[in-house]
Design a protein around this ligand. Structure first.
Ligand SMILES: [Zn+2]
Ligand SMILES: [Zn+2]
Length: 343
Protein backbone atom coordinates (compact mmCIF):
# COMPACT_ATOMS: atom_id res chain seq x y z
CA UNK A 1 0.00 0.00 0.00
CA UNK A 2 1.00 3.62 -0.43
CA UNK A 3 2.05 5.57 2.67
CA UNK A 4 3.65 8.96 3.25
CA UNK A 5 6.54 8.44 5.69
CA UNK A 6 8.99 10.39 7.81
CA UNK A 7 12.48 8.87 7.76
CA UNK A 8 14.57 11.75 9.17
CA UNK A 9 13.59 14.61 11.46
CA UNK A 10 13.85 17.96 9.75
CA UNK A 11 13.60 16.38 6.29
CA UNK A 12 10.57 16.27 3.96
CA UNK A 13 8.17 13.31 4.07
CA UNK A 14 8.62 10.64 1.41
CA UNK A 15 6.22 8.50 -0.66
CA UNK A 16 6.72 4.85 0.28
CA UNK A 17 5.28 1.39 -0.30
CA UNK A 18 4.49 -0.82 2.70
CA UNK A 19 2.94 -4.28 3.02
CA UNK A 20 -0.84 -4.22 3.52
CA UNK A 21 -1.63 -4.36 7.26
CA UNK A 22 -3.10 -7.57 8.70
CA UNK A 23 -5.20 -7.51 11.89
CA UNK A 24 -3.95 -9.44 14.93
CA UNK A 25 -6.29 -10.56 17.71
CA UNK A 26 -8.38 -7.63 18.95
CA UNK A 27 -7.38 -5.45 16.00
CA UNK A 28 -9.09 -4.11 12.90
CA UNK A 29 -7.90 -2.77 9.54
CA UNK A 30 -9.35 0.45 8.17
CA UNK A 31 -9.43 1.62 4.56
CA UNK A 32 -8.66 5.32 5.21
CA UNK A 33 -10.99 7.82 3.52
CA UNK A 34 -9.91 10.97 5.38
CA UNK A 35 -6.89 12.01 7.43
CA UNK A 36 -6.33 15.44 8.90
CA UNK A 37 -3.08 17.41 8.89
CA UNK A 38 -2.46 18.94 12.32
CA UNK A 39 -0.04 21.60 13.50
CA UNK A 40 1.55 18.93 15.75
CA UNK A 41 2.52 17.02 12.61
CA UNK A 42 4.72 19.94 11.57
CA UNK A 43 6.39 19.72 15.00
CA UNK A 44 6.84 15.93 14.67
CA UNK A 45 8.40 16.35 11.24
CA UNK A 46 10.74 19.05 12.57
CA UNK A 47 11.68 16.99 15.66
CA UNK A 48 9.93 18.68 18.57
CA UNK A 49 8.11 15.94 20.52
CA UNK A 50 10.26 13.30 18.87
CA UNK A 51 8.36 10.75 16.81
CA UNK A 52 9.59 7.13 16.54
CA UNK A 53 11.33 6.78 13.14
CA UNK A 54 10.63 5.74 10.46
CA UNK A 55 6.93 6.45 10.78
CA UNK A 56 3.73 7.19 8.91
CA UNK A 57 2.39 10.37 10.54
CA UNK A 58 -1.32 11.33 10.73
CA UNK A 59 -3.45 11.05 13.88
CA UNK A 60 -6.86 12.28 12.65
CA UNK A 61 -8.19 9.21 10.87
CA UNK A 62 -11.53 8.00 9.49
CA UNK A 63 -12.57 5.29 7.02
CA UNK A 64 -14.25 1.92 6.46
CA UNK A 65 -13.45 -1.21 8.47
CA UNK A 66 -12.19 -3.82 6.00
CA UNK A 67 -10.75 -6.65 8.13
CA UNK A 68 -11.54 -7.71 11.66
CA UNK A 69 -9.17 -9.74 13.86
CA UNK A 70 -10.01 -12.57 16.23
CA UNK A 71 -12.12 -11.68 19.25
CA UNK A 72 -13.34 -8.28 17.98
CA UNK A 73 -16.97 -7.71 18.93
CA UNK A 74 -17.41 -3.94 18.45
CA UNK A 75 -16.68 -3.51 14.72
CA UNK A 76 -17.66 -5.20 11.46
CA UNK A 77 -16.41 -4.97 7.88
CA UNK A 78 -18.09 -2.01 6.18
CA UNK A 79 -18.54 0.05 9.38
CA UNK A 80 -17.73 3.77 9.08
CA UNK A 81 -15.34 4.57 11.91
CA UNK A 82 -12.92 7.17 13.21
CA UNK A 83 -9.85 6.41 15.33
CA UNK A 84 -9.07 7.56 18.87
CA UNK A 85 -5.33 8.19 18.47
CA UNK A 86 -4.15 7.28 21.94
CA UNK A 87 -3.55 3.60 22.66
CA UNK A 88 -3.63 2.91 26.40
CA UNK A 89 -3.59 -0.32 28.42
CA UNK A 90 -6.55 0.49 30.66
CA UNK A 91 -5.02 -1.57 33.48
CA UNK A 92 -1.98 0.28 34.85
CA UNK A 93 -2.15 2.47 37.95
CA UNK A 94 -2.01 5.66 35.86
CA UNK A 95 -4.85 4.54 33.57
CA UNK A 96 -6.99 3.64 36.57
CA UNK A 97 -6.22 6.58 38.81
CA UNK A 98 -5.37 9.53 36.55
CA UNK A 99 -6.91 8.71 33.18
CA UNK A 100 -5.95 6.99 29.97
CA UNK A 101 -3.88 9.98 28.66
CA UNK A 102 -1.30 9.19 31.36
CA UNK A 103 -0.95 5.44 30.68
CA UNK A 104 2.62 4.34 31.46
CA UNK A 105 2.81 2.30 28.25
CA UNK A 106 0.57 4.64 26.21
CA UNK A 107 1.40 5.27 22.56
CA UNK A 108 0.10 7.81 20.10
CA UNK A 109 -0.99 6.65 16.65
CA UNK A 110 0.77 8.85 14.10
CA UNK A 111 3.69 9.58 16.42
CA UNK A 112 4.80 6.39 18.16
CA UNK A 113 2.83 3.97 15.93
CA UNK A 114 2.16 4.23 12.21
CA UNK A 115 -0.61 6.71 11.49
CA UNK A 116 -3.16 7.63 8.86
CA UNK A 117 -1.29 9.16 5.92
CA UNK A 118 -1.58 5.81 4.15
CA UNK A 119 -4.14 3.71 2.28
CA UNK A 120 -4.81 1.51 5.30
CA UNK A 121 -4.08 1.21 9.01
CA UNK A 122 -4.32 -1.48 11.66
CA UNK A 123 -5.53 -0.31 15.10
CA UNK A 124 -6.86 -1.90 18.32
CA UNK A 125 -10.63 -2.34 18.03
CA UNK A 126 -10.91 -0.49 21.37
CA UNK A 127 -9.80 2.70 19.57
CA UNK A 128 -12.68 2.67 17.09
CA UNK A 129 -15.33 5.39 17.32
CA UNK A 130 -18.41 4.74 15.12
CA UNK A 131 -19.34 7.62 12.79
CA UNK A 132 -23.06 8.47 12.56
CA UNK A 133 -24.27 8.65 8.95
CA UNK A 134 -24.90 12.41 9.23
CA UNK A 135 -21.15 13.07 9.58
CA UNK A 136 -18.61 12.94 6.73
CA UNK A 137 -15.29 11.14 7.04
CA UNK A 138 -13.39 14.46 6.87
CA UNK A 139 -15.40 16.00 9.70
CA UNK A 140 -15.07 12.85 11.82
CA UNK A 141 -11.29 12.84 11.24
CA UNK A 142 -10.86 16.46 12.35
CA UNK A 143 -12.99 15.78 15.40
CA UNK A 144 -10.38 13.26 16.62
CA UNK A 145 -7.84 15.97 17.47
CA UNK A 146 -8.52 19.69 17.24
CA UNK A 147 -12.22 19.54 18.12
CA UNK A 148 -11.61 16.96 20.86
CA UNK A 149 -8.82 19.05 22.38
CA UNK A 150 -11.08 22.11 22.46
CA UNK A 151 -13.87 20.05 24.01
CA UNK A 152 -11.59 18.58 26.68
CA UNK A 153 -10.30 22.07 27.57
CA UNK A 154 -13.84 23.49 27.92
CA UNK A 155 -14.82 20.54 30.11
CA UNK A 156 -11.76 20.96 32.34
CA UNK A 157 -12.54 24.69 32.53
CA UNK A 158 -15.97 23.77 33.83
CA UNK A 159 -17.45 26.30 31.40
CA UNK A 160 -21.01 27.12 32.33
CA UNK A 161 -23.84 29.12 30.82
CA UNK A 162 -22.96 32.27 32.76
CA UNK A 163 -19.34 32.34 31.73
CA UNK A 164 -17.55 34.56 29.26
CA UNK A 165 -14.74 33.05 27.21
CA UNK A 166 -11.65 34.37 25.45
CA UNK A 167 -9.94 32.31 22.74
CA UNK A 168 -6.30 33.30 22.41
CA UNK A 169 -5.04 32.49 18.91
CA UNK A 170 -7.74 31.70 16.36
CA UNK A 171 -7.21 28.66 14.12
CA UNK A 172 -8.65 25.16 13.75
CA UNK A 173 -8.91 24.71 17.53
CA UNK A 174 -10.48 28.12 17.95
CA UNK A 175 -13.09 27.50 15.26
CA UNK A 176 -14.11 24.30 17.07
CA UNK A 177 -13.98 26.00 20.48
CA UNK A 178 -16.32 28.85 19.48
CA UNK A 179 -18.97 26.40 18.33
CA UNK A 180 -18.56 24.14 21.36
CA UNK A 181 -18.68 27.10 23.76
CA UNK A 182 -22.07 27.85 22.22
CA UNK A 183 -23.15 24.28 23.04
CA UNK A 184 -22.01 24.83 26.66
CA UNK A 185 -24.05 28.06 26.60
CA UNK A 186 -21.21 30.56 27.11
CA UNK A 187 -22.47 34.15 27.36
CA UNK A 188 -19.83 36.11 25.46
CA UNK A 189 -17.04 34.71 23.32
CA UNK A 190 -14.03 36.82 22.35
CA UNK A 191 -11.36 35.85 19.82
CA UNK A 192 -7.88 37.32 20.05
CA UNK A 193 -5.30 37.20 17.30
CA UNK A 194 -2.58 39.28 15.68
CA UNK A 195 -3.75 38.49 12.15
CA UNK A 196 -6.65 40.54 10.81
CA UNK A 197 -7.91 37.76 8.49
CA UNK A 198 -8.17 35.39 11.46
CA UNK A 199 -10.19 37.93 13.43
CA UNK A 200 -12.54 38.39 10.49
CA UNK A 201 -12.93 34.64 10.28
CA UNK A 202 -13.58 34.40 14.04
CA UNK A 203 -16.33 36.96 13.64
CA UNK A 204 -18.08 34.79 11.03
CA UNK A 205 -18.11 32.00 13.64
CA UNK A 206 -19.86 34.32 16.10
CA UNK A 207 -16.95 35.47 18.27
CA UNK A 208 -16.28 39.12 19.05
CA UNK A 209 -12.86 40.01 17.58
CA UNK A 210 -10.25 41.62 19.85
CA UNK A 211 -7.09 42.69 18.03
CA UNK A 212 -3.82 41.87 19.73
CA UNK A 213 -0.94 44.27 19.29
CA UNK A 214 2.68 44.48 20.31
CA UNK A 215 1.47 45.74 23.69
CA UNK A 216 -0.84 42.72 24.13
CA UNK A 217 -4.61 42.58 24.39
CA UNK A 218 -5.45 42.93 28.08
CA UNK A 219 -6.70 46.52 27.90
CA UNK A 220 -8.87 45.77 24.87
CA UNK A 221 -10.36 42.68 26.53
CA UNK A 222 -11.04 44.52 29.80
CA UNK A 223 -12.69 47.37 27.86
CA UNK A 224 -14.89 44.87 25.99
CA UNK A 225 -16.04 43.32 29.29
CA UNK A 226 -16.64 46.64 31.11
CA UNK A 227 -13.56 46.02 33.24
CA UNK A 228 -14.72 42.63 34.56
CA UNK A 229 -12.40 40.40 32.55
CA UNK A 230 -13.34 36.95 31.27
CA UNK A 231 -14.17 33.80 33.23
CA UNK A 232 -12.24 31.41 31.01
CA UNK A 233 -9.31 31.96 28.63
CA UNK A 234 -8.29 29.18 26.24
CA UNK A 235 -4.65 29.68 25.29
CA UNK A 236 -4.07 28.19 21.86
CA UNK A 237 -1.21 30.59 21.11
CA UNK A 238 1.69 28.84 22.84
CA UNK A 239 3.18 32.28 23.39
CA UNK A 240 4.38 33.11 26.92
CA UNK A 241 3.55 36.83 26.74
CA UNK A 242 0.05 36.03 25.48
CA UNK A 243 -0.46 33.47 28.27
CA UNK A 244 0.39 36.06 30.93
CA UNK A 245 -1.80 38.68 29.27
CA UNK A 246 -4.64 36.14 29.29
CA UNK A 247 -4.03 35.37 32.98
CA UNK A 248 -4.21 39.06 33.85
CA UNK A 249 -7.43 39.45 31.84
CA UNK A 250 -9.30 36.96 34.01
CA UNK A 251 -12.19 37.91 36.30
CA UNK A 252 -12.04 36.70 39.95
CA UNK A 253 -12.18 32.89 39.95
CA UNK A 254 -11.19 32.86 36.28
CA UNK A 255 -9.43 29.91 34.66
CA UNK A 256 -6.52 30.09 32.22
CA UNK A 257 -6.45 26.89 30.18
CA UNK A 258 -3.02 26.08 28.74
CA UNK A 259 -3.74 24.08 25.61
CA UNK A 260 -1.03 24.90 23.07
CA UNK A 261 2.43 23.51 23.65
CA UNK A 262 4.57 26.22 25.16
CA UNK A 263 8.17 25.52 26.04
CA UNK A 264 8.95 28.93 27.52
CA UNK A 265 8.78 29.83 31.21
CA UNK A 266 5.81 31.84 32.42
CA UNK A 267 6.55 34.59 34.95
CA UNK A 268 3.73 35.88 37.11
CA UNK A 269 3.11 37.55 40.43
CA UNK A 270 1.78 34.91 42.83
CA UNK A 271 -0.30 37.39 44.78
CA UNK A 272 -1.57 39.94 42.27
CA UNK A 273 -2.10 37.51 39.40
CA UNK A 274 -3.31 34.35 41.17
CA UNK A 275 -4.03 34.31 44.91
CA UNK A 276 -5.64 37.74 45.29
CA UNK A 277 -8.25 36.91 42.64
CA UNK A 278 -8.46 33.13 43.11
CA UNK A 279 -7.49 32.55 39.50
CA UNK A 280 -6.40 29.15 38.33
CA UNK A 281 -3.97 27.97 35.66
CA UNK A 282 -4.99 24.56 34.29
CA UNK A 283 -3.05 22.32 31.90
CA UNK A 284 -4.96 20.40 29.22
CA UNK A 285 -3.43 17.27 27.79
CA UNK A 286 -5.19 15.54 24.88
CA UNK A 287 -8.69 14.19 25.48
CA UNK A 288 -10.41 10.93 26.39
CA UNK A 289 -12.08 8.20 24.38
CA UNK A 290 -15.37 8.88 26.16
CA UNK A 291 -15.30 12.52 25.05
CA UNK A 292 -15.07 11.42 21.41
CA UNK A 293 -18.38 9.55 21.70
CA UNK A 294 -19.95 12.67 23.24
CA UNK A 295 -18.57 14.84 20.43
CA UNK A 296 -19.93 12.53 17.73
CA UNK A 297 -23.32 12.88 19.34
CA UNK A 298 -23.08 16.69 19.49
CA UNK A 299 -22.15 16.76 15.78
CA UNK A 300 -24.90 14.26 14.88
CA UNK A 301 -27.46 16.58 16.47
CA UNK A 302 -26.12 19.40 14.26
CA UNK A 303 -24.98 21.52 17.22
CA UNK A 304 -21.54 21.98 15.69
CA UNK A 305 -20.70 22.19 11.98
CA UNK A 306 -17.15 21.16 11.24
CA UNK A 307 -17.49 21.50 7.48
CA UNK A 308 -16.51 25.16 7.92
CA UNK A 309 -13.38 24.21 9.85
CA UNK A 310 -12.09 22.20 6.89
CA UNK A 311 -10.84 24.84 4.49
CA UNK A 312 -8.84 22.64 2.12
CA UNK A 313 -8.64 19.06 0.83
CA UNK A 314 -5.36 17.72 -0.53
CA UNK A 315 -4.29 14.45 -2.19
CA UNK A 316 -2.28 11.84 -0.27
CA UNK A 317 1.15 12.55 -1.75
CA UNK A 318 4.36 13.50 0.05
CA UNK A 319 4.64 16.67 -2.06
CA UNK A 320 1.15 17.93 -1.17
CA UNK A 321 1.50 17.12 2.54
CA UNK A 322 4.99 18.65 2.81
CA UNK A 323 3.58 21.85 1.34
CA UNK A 324 0.83 22.00 3.98
CA UNK A 325 3.36 21.33 6.78
CA UNK A 326 5.67 24.05 5.41
CA UNK A 327 2.73 26.45 5.56
CA UNK A 328 1.93 25.41 9.15
CA UNK A 329 5.57 26.09 10.06
CA UNK A 330 5.34 29.62 8.69
CA UNK A 331 1.75 30.49 9.57
CA UNK A 332 -1.34 29.97 7.44
CA UNK A 333 -4.84 31.36 7.17
CA UNK A 334 -6.22 27.84 6.52
CA UNK A 335 -8.07 26.34 9.48
CA UNK A 336 -7.74 22.66 8.71
CA UNK A 337 -6.41 20.69 5.72
CA UNK A 338 -7.60 17.14 5.21
CA UNK A 339 -6.27 14.39 2.95
CA UNK A 340 -9.54 13.08 1.65
CA UNK A 341 -11.02 10.58 -0.74
CA UNK A 342 -14.65 10.56 0.46
CA UNK A 343 -16.91 7.91 -0.95
ZN1 LIG B 1 -3.38 16.95 16.34
ZN1 LIG C 1 -2.22 2.15 31.23
Amino acid sequence: MHAVRLFHHGKPLVDATLPDPVPGPGEIVIDIRAAGICHSDAHYRAEFGRATLPITLGHEIAGYVTDVGEGVANAYAGDRVAVHYFVSCGRCGHCQRYGEQFCVTGEMIGKERDGGWAEKIVVPAANVIPIPEEISFSQAAVMMCSTATAYHALRLADLSGDDSLAIIGFGGLGASAVQLAGVFGAREIYAIDLVREKLELAETFGAEPIPSSRGGFRDALLAATNGRGVDVALDFSGNAAASIDALRSLAPGGRLMLVAINIRSLTFDGYADILGRERRIIGCSDHTRGELFELMDIARRGEIDLSRVITRKVPRTAAAINEVLDELDHGTTHLRSVIASER
